[in-house]
Design a protein around this ligand. Sequence first.
Ligand code: UDP
Length: 455
Amino acid sequence: MGNPRILAIPYPAQGHVIPLMELSHWLVDQGFSITFVNTEFNHKRVRDAFGNKVEGDDSIHLVSIPDGMEPGEDRNHLGKLTDGISNVMTSELRKLLKKINGFEDDKISYVIADVNMGWALDIAAEFEIPGVAFWPASAFLLALLFSTNKLLNDQIIDKYGTPINAERMIELCPNTPAIHPKNFLWISLGDFTTQKITFEYAKRNIKAIENVEWLICNTAFDLEPGALSFVPQILPIGPLSATNQLEPLTVSFWPEDETSLEWLDQQQPGSVIYVAFGSFTVFDPIQFQELALGLELSNRPFLWVVRPDITKGTQCEELYPEGFKTRVGSRGKMVGWAPQRAVLAHPSIACFISHCGWNSTVEGISNGVPFLCWPYFADQFIDETYICEIWKIGLGFKRDEREIISREEIKSKVEQLLNDESFKEEALKLKGLVMNSVNENGSSNTIFNNFIEWM
Ligand code: UDP
């Protein structure tokens, strides 16, 4: 009989797969084995990025099931992806559990499901396997999802999730960001059909996790006291990025450019602007050029993640302003995908121009890095408010009349952030708080230990 085995199933997006894999590594350290379930599509991407390294070992076994979409279909179309998950993944997971638990010796003892895959806990219950829900984003965002019935009853949204007054800011609970209805998660993900599908899907998942004994979240009490007091069922065990496990997770959808770290080694301490927009964000070509020119104008070294699909349809190489690469020379480094957790931990980093996805946010915080916020959609605006107004560890950009963040605005905000030491000081203070929470006897650590004890 080996270690107790946990089946871990993330929502099939990069920002969900990475933190669940971080949690899996942490659980392996506690003596568990993991069966990590990616979609076939993502498993192939990871395999293409990492080659044989992704086969995993006995402690973390990587398996895959179909996501219900055709190979060439766009996984960033969240309405279609949600339909595929609901129609196909559910029965595929059932089949997988049946197959694995058919073996006497290596049965699944627990299922840990991303809240966005809450339905997986209903399936676990069919097999009488105890379920745990994991939320990789802010407690505030989850509190918002928990509040949909209240928003309906208070007539803030209609039955499709559409805001009744599109301009009224919503204050969900004290000490949390006020939220504009256009930034409700289900509104910001696509057209009306996508909204309806994702809103229904979110409600179904919330129902599935309502009575779960363990709802753990990649946050810390010191980061989100307001949201965590508002929904005490959410148990903070993070941020996982503060546990300083920087070993490669081998779940990136693109190959990590290791030369990023060598290049950082050659830069002065606290000098480099790190620029990255996560796995989803797509840039308008004009904005892309303005960003390039803003970085050039900043006159500082920069490491810029230019994902191969960062602009729709156009090859990135054609997008750089004429002569840009020659003019910036070795002062600027562009990579397709960086080992971000290690990059943010590097002493050369001065600040982070970020889209403010939750993982990027907590990874920056765990390393005491101040932010320049460039949110696009979903919870990124909420995280920007946390960063700028609540934690005071960064600044936002203003868009001009073209809705563009201009090169002058970029230069000016970089200077403002780096010339005012208070941002770095606050960032280091917050880092200290989150480190304390994951260290021995800290609030997140205590909850994590109780969780292990329970298992
Ligand atoms: N990431 C990375 N290399 C990159 C850019 C991002 O490893 O070049 C990782 C980053 O460390 C984070 C995740 O991708 O863990 C992105 O998650 P986030 O929530 O920030 O944004 P999303 O991709 O969900 O919009």
